[in-house]
Design a protein around this ligand. Structure first.
Ligand SMILES: CC(C)(COP(=O)(O)OP(=O)(O)OC[C@H]1O[C@@H](n2cnc3c(N)ncnc32)[C@H](O)[C@@H]1OP(=O)(O)O)[C@@H](O)C(=O)NCCC(=O)NCCS
Length: 331
């Protein structure tokens, strides 16, 4: 907890989406699906796809630059870079190291964090702890993914859901003690790991020709089961935020949810009795970008002027692990 009494402020946000857009109509030509099915079951209309030469660190770098610029922080002054991703450039070294090199943050420590779609909430929590402990004063946290490279483009149950992108936030110590990250809440249940995972590619099942032929290095998901757990766990974690901070009905100005499925987002909004005008929705145009989803939606809301100084904002996410979590922030 806050031994120093410092509160961490999000001084800048940034995001990046690759140029290429894949619409539901494009997918109709690739797998047995329809725009109507995808839109009604998920709320997704389109998603972005990285160019062949772009890796996760390239997307992360652009998002990071945007956040640093908004915060007015020189990359050379950064103390720490955390990249949350399940689609790193390489399995080693870290994607964060490439971001460091790209932006010239040579004083910073840098590492990756893997908590699937909840990765940004985990990274924000760790960044917050480094600031509040007084260890660091300038931290860049990024969620970035090139998921389209790890999808089975013949599996209509998964390939329609995901997209590529990156979002970032710069964390600094606050000066007034009011603004900033008020609480964070992290959870995990490894007993359900295989509901959403990639069976092959690393130590459990290294890449072989057979593994590739069976597309075992791509995302496998038991969607219906994941859906039910997501709704329950997100309901629990938002309750936890309400209890921890003694919040009343009007105390949340905006919900910035993980953008996996509009029906899951609506269920959380109903639970919070929040009208959809107070919910930031980007799933229609981003799809599920895993660790990038929350910071991408946050940046869209901040840059469009929807989230303003003084607003109380609830961020939440759920994903592989299974993992879930939330952060409550006063802007
Ligand atoms: C994936 C998801 C959209 C599927 O929606 P659903 O309403 O649960 O649909 P089901 O999986 O029950 O499938 C219903 C039918 O649609 C079919 N279907 C699945 N994908 C389809 C597609 N892209 N196009 C057309 N039909 C499809 C199924 O084969 C099934 O057909 P059947 O009834 O003949 O067997 C939904 O389960 C979901 O969003 N899950 C959670 C996803 C998530 O949040 N994941 C990541 C967490 S980070």
């Amino acid at each position: 907890m806050a031994a120093t009494g410092i509160r961490t402020v999000i001084a800048g946000t940034g995001s990046y989406l690759p140029e290429k857009v894949i619409t539901n109509f494009d997918l109709e030509k690739m797998v047995d699906t329809t725009d109507e099915w995808i839109l009604s079951r998920t709320g997704i209309r389109e998603r972005h796809m990285a160019a062949p030469e772009q890796a996760t660190s390239d997307l992360a770098t652009e998002a990071g630059r945007g956040a640093l610029e908004m915060a007015g922080v020189d990359p050379a002054d950064l103390d720490l870079i955390i990249v949350a991703t399940l689609t790193p450039d390489h399995y080693f070294p870290s994607t964060a190291g490439f971001v460091q090199r790209n932006i010239g943050a040579m004083k910073a420590a840098a590492f990756d964090l893997e908590a699937a779609c909840t990765g940004f909430i985990y990274a924000l929590t760790i960044g917050d702890l480094f600031i509040r402990s007084g260890t660091y004063s300038k931290v860049l946290v990024i969620g970035a993914e090139v998921l389209t490279r790890f999808l089975n483009w013949e599996d209509r149950e998964t390939c329609v859901l995901f997209g590529d992108g990156a979002g970032a936030a710069v964390l600094v110590p606050g000066s007034d003690g009011k603004k900033g990250i008020i609480s964070t809440h992290l959870h995990s249940d490894g007993s359900m790991a295989e509901l959403l995972y990639a069976p092959a590619g690393v130590s459990r099942m290294p890449i072989t020709k057979e593994a590739i032929d069976q597309k075992l290095n791509t995302v496998k998901m038991r969607g219906n089961e994941v859906f039910k757990v997501a709704v329950t766990r997100l309901s629990e974690v938002v309750d936890e935020v309400i209890q921890a901070n003694g919040l009343g009905e009007d105390d949340i100005d905006f919900l910035v949810p993980h953008q996996a499925n509009l029906r899951i987002i609506q269920a959380t909004a109903r639970k919070l009795k929040l009208p959809m005008e107070k919910v930031i929705v980007t799933v229609d145009v981003h799809g599920n970008t895993s660790a990038a989803s929350v910071p991408l939606a946050l940046d869209v809301a901040v840059r469009s002027g929807r989230i303003k100084e003084g607003d109380q904002v609830l961020l939440e996410a759920f994903g592989g692990g299974l993992t879930w979590g939330a952060a409550f922030v006063r802007w």
